[in-house]
Design a protein around this ligand. Sequence first.
Ligand SMILES: [Zn+2]
Length: 398
Amino acid sequence: MVTGDAAYIKKINRSLIIREIVKEGMISRADLSKATNLTRATISAQVADLLEEGLIIETHLEHYSVGRKPIMLSLNGDAGYALGIDLDYGQISFTISDLLGCPVSSSIIQLNTTKYEEILPILIQQIKRIKSNYTSSRYGIVGIVVAIHGLVTKDEEIHYVPRFDLHEVNLKSDLEREINIAIYIENNANLSSFAERVYVHHETDNLLCATLYSGIGLGMMMKNDFFRGHDGFAGEIGHMIVVPEGKPCNCGNKGCWEKYASESSIFEYLSEKRQIKDLTYEHIQKWLNEGDEEVHQLMEDFLFYLSIGLNNMINMYNPDVLVLDSELLRIYPDSLHKISKNLNSSISHYRELMISTIGKKSCVLGACALAIKQFLDVPMLNLPYDLKDNEIENALSI
Ligand SMILES: [Zn+2]
């Protein structure tokens, strides 16, 4: 008979084994035993169960020089799928990844409404459609994470989304009533920082990621967890005042950082000044290539104000890795070098400053990764998928 205690211990051991397999990517039974301090017999029995469940697979290593070829264990990427949803102003992106975090499919639907009662049925309908496409895999869709561009409480309730004018909405329970899959609600900047940690910066336990697109959001990964603050709203760094009595912001203050150092501040200015309604990165790239002085000066000002806020952030958090997620920084020559030259205070300390290699998709990929982490119930993930290869754009289809 399996007693309550025995079942509990079995569950703990299972979790330890999964954590180690996820951490190492590939590991033999013997090394699992060493890493977990569990006996070979326990490892053998648990691994047999995990193989039976289809959650892990065995790989026979080829070209092994000495002795027997070890049999390696790794997560079975095809056992199930994660669904990441980015609920943004004007569009909703859906990305499905396998259990190793590799995106396999993606779709975008345009959103012509900001009303919650109209958005909810769209989400339910799309999720049900996607779920039905993945029923043949062992676990189907293992979890869904919805990214919200606004304030999310620690209890995963949506407190406020400025561009939708949404207040106090419980999307999690509204979705769970209709869909029998674990649902999580998370802030978009948090998910971008999670993607940076999981896909790129495997070694750090202190990472900040500032997204500079429609405003400025800050995601903070500290000791393998989000730093959320008291209510869950930490990281609203775009509303730090950098110019006293400066440009008015819709938060009610003047001179907020994001009025000077977010991409939308540049887009709004140029769109108005040059009378182009749908201004794109290609326009800006073209003007920069042509040596347009006004655009160059705008970019220099952008870097200047960006550096002021970064200096404040660095002094506040002393980060190990600081990632800047911005397409404009990617296209403007020498931008990173110029920013780091501005961060020359003898007090400011950070180890690495870099421009995101994942880019705008970090939010939705972070959502997929978080769903995987919750499903596996592990403290952190190191996913092997190399996003730099960037078939994401090409491989994904609606
Ligand atoms: Zn503000």
